[in-house]
Design a protein around this ligand. Structure first.
Ligand code: ADP
Length: 260
């Protein structure tokens, strides 16, 4: 027969395995729940434009001799809903591809200042249409290991949001800084801000503080989820600082050197 000590050791081992097993089951349950939630959100989001299109198309079909303008207006609305459906699918594909662990990331040594200047230049017309001033502050030249296209889309998304959720005549400041280990991109706006309880939630897929406003401005609610995923892929972090009615700052921190 085994001695007491040995029996106790066996018992402890069994308990350890059983604990580990329970933790694994819990983790799988949580993952399954979040997967179900995602599928249900996706279905809902994809259905909304289709419901609108159906209503619009049916009203066109049901009416004879509609005035030409009304006819044009309905078709225009249908076309907008198709664009929306397209945007959602494009963002979803980007997100799902990124979340696959095997998705490749194309790292090279990149001039970050140049990327940011190009992004701001491209967004200038949108800012001008709201009379928003776009400022680029660069404290030093930064060369870092990033996926150029993916990093550009991070900067684009943050600046686009800073314009979208800003007031007319507001300001958007993108500032770039670095230390010996990281570079920091800060995007600050003078817009509507985000309440404390919503600040963490903005990174969730499909989360929008104001669905109606986001829909009007063509938002899918996936931008920040994609942005966060890209930043994580670079072993970086993203933080938010915001005050309702005053404005928001997003700070992205990415290591200068990429270590796979
Ligand atoms: P969307 O496509 O709706 O802009 P995002 O994922 O980019 O989706 O952002 C999620 C939500 O976070 C937005 O709908 C908005 O409510 C909020 N948000 C994002 N950026 C800002 C900002 N700079 N100021 C205020 N609210 C913001």
């Amino acid at each position: 027969a085994k001695g007491n000590m040995e029996e106790e050791k066996d018992y402890r081992e069994v308990m350890d395995i059983s604990n580990e097993f329970r933790q694994l089951v819990n983790k799988l349950n949580t993952q399954e729940k979040s997967r179900q939630e995602f599928v249900s959100n996706v279905s809902h989001e994809l259905k909304t434009p289709i419901t609108s299109m159906k209503v619009l198309a049916d009203s066109l079909l049901g009416q004879q001799g509609l005035p030409e303008e009304l006819y044009q207006e309905f078709l225009h609305d249908i076309s907008k809903e198709i664009d929306r459906e397209n945007d959602i699918i494009t963002d979803l594909l980007a997100l799902v591809r990124m979340e696959k662990s095997e998705s490749e990331i194309n790292i090279s040594s990149v001039n970050i200042n140049e990327i940011l200047e190009a992004v701001l230049k491209r967004l200038k017309p949108i800012a001008e249409s709201k009379n928003i001033e776009l400022i680029f502050e660069s404290f030093r030249p930064v060369i870092a290991d990033v996926d150029e296209l993916k990093f550009a889309s991070v900067a684009t998304n943050l600046v686009e949001n800073a314009i979208k959720y800003n007031n007319t005549d507001g300001t958007v400041t993108a500032s770039l800084n670095s230390d010996h280990q990281y570079f920091y991109l800060k995007v600050t706006d003078t817009g509507i801000g985000i309440s404390e309880e919503n600040q963490d939630r903005v990174f969730e897929r499909f989360f929008r503080v104001d669905k109606a406003r986001s829909r009007e401005t063509g938002g899918t609610g996936l931008g920040l989820a994609i942005t966060k995923e890209i930043v994580m892929k670079h072993h970086g972090s993203i933080k938010i600082h915001s005050k309702e009615g005053e404005g928001t700052t997003f700070t992205v921190r990415i290591p200068l050197k990429y270590i796979a």
